[in-house]
Design a protein around this ligand. Sequence first.
Ligand SMILES: [Zn+2]
Length: 141
Amino acid sequence: MSDIQVPDDVRRTALNVRGHAYVPYSGHPVGAVLISESGKTYAGCNVESANYKGLCAEASAIAGMISSGEREIRTIYVIGPGEHRCTPCGDCRQRIREFATPETRIVVLDGEGSPLKRYTMDELLPDSFGPENLNKTSGMR
Ligand SMILES: [Zn+2]
């Protein structure tokens, strides 16, 4: 058993949004539930297209947060279709990094919504390149 807590509403939202995934090509539905700094929840699923250039669930959730005028991720939960650890892909690690702080946590859930593992941004993307490298501000210090 894991000592990582996943609130019931987050778990329900994760299962629900994963159910909306549009994945006719991979058959690999993923959901992401993002809690912003304000405590608001943004959910996203993966959306594929016939040219095989789909949108990841994490990117979808981040787009919702940005579209609502927020810029900081407190926690992002990712749920895949099965028991394996569905960690964010390389592109999404960089996307999450853009809006992460040292306190941001990335939590990977199993197919039932129970936590498998929790990461810091630095664990998922060590020595990362971020806005500071371009003299821009971000939550990462
Ligand atoms: Zn991704």
